[in-house]
Design a protein around this ligand. Structure first.
Ligand code: DHB
Ligand code: FE
Length: 279
């Protein structure tokens, strides 16, 4: 049977893609941030996951504000990155696990989630930057990817609780898949940030650290927030934290924190990196 081995959270800021391309990882601005990744590299190297399911938000590349699925899941054999206007280099296509995608989609519809199933889906920095951070030099080997996009650009957005429950349903689906696969779940984005408007640059460190504490073994204490609460407490783009909750929902076993790093600011954002093992 397929098994979920753990969850990883990461920022997905496009500037990180630029820093990687220019090899700036050890420069003073970037060092503390990039130093948060080697423990994750070591764990991935040891675990060798077969599939990475990636919760992220599409920032207007595949789904613009005129057509915005609340939940969209890739069911393709390949995903292409496209120039999304941030000036970051595109990455080569990544392979999908079409059959596991369909298995997950069937379970989600049975569980009354109204998803958009995408047999073609271009992926943006929400997926590609974390892939580059976790697997430097595109070193995914045989690993396949399933992108799961949650709307976080156009109100109304799904609540933290609903995203956690989506993750739960996906976790059940994955663990009922017959093939012996090791699956890792990524939640990308967050933490507190606001990119424009009067509060541009707003970061709430105290809130971010509280979320990192609670997501390990008390995630249910994070589910009462509304999207409006997150905007107020964590900035206009703070709701990206729902990707973390999707990831956490999918971890059904006993969860142990193996590693964390928090760094502010990277660009305009509180950057949180976590590695959670699922027993
Ligand atoms: C930044 C953060 C994001 O989440 C994003 O999607 C784009 C940019 C930033 O802080 O620069
Ligand atoms: Fe973002």
């Amino acid at each position: 049977m397929a098994r979920i081995i753990g969850g990883i959270t990461s920022s997905h800021i496009p500037a990180i893609g630029n820093a990687i391309e220019r090899n700036q990882q050890q420069e003073p601005y970037w060092k503390d941030f990039f130093d948060g990744y080697p423990p994750i590299h070591a764990w991935l190297e040891q675990q060798q996951p077969d599939v990475a399911v990636i919760f992220y938000n599409d920032h207007g590349l595949e789904f613009f504000i005129d057509k915005k699925p609340t939940f969209a899941i890739g069911a393709a054999t390949q995903y292409n990155n496209a120039d999304e206007g941030w000036g970051i280099k595109t990455i080569p296509p990544v392979n999908g696990h079409e059959d596991l995608s369909w298995h997950i989609c069937n379970q989600l519809v049975d569980d009354e989630f109204d998803i958009t199933i995408c047999q073609e889906m271009r992926i943006d920095h929400g997926v590609t930057v974390p892939l580059q951070l976790m697997w430097p030099g595109y070193s995914y080997g045989h690993m396949k990817v399933i992108p799961v996009a949650i709307n976080c650009e156009q109100h109304p957005m799904p609540s933290p609780k609903r995203c956690f429950n989506l993750g739960r349903s996906m976790g059940k689906a994955i663990e009922s898949y017959e093939e012996d696969l090791k699956v890792v779940i990524l939640g990308t984005g967050g933490m507190s940030h606001q990119l424009d408007g009067e509060r541009a640059g707003f970061i709430n460190k105290e809130f971010d650290l509280m979320c990192m504490d609670k997501i390990v073994d008390r995630p249910e204490e994070l589910l009462h927030y509304s999207i409006r609460d997150l905007v107020e407490i964590a900035g206009a783009q703070g709701p990206e934290f729902i990707m973390w909750l999707g990831m956490r929902g999918a971890l059904i076993g006993k969860v142990k924190e193996l590693h964390r790093n928090y760094h502010i600011p990277i660009s305009n954002t509180g950057a949180g990196t976590m590695l959670l093992e699922n027993k």
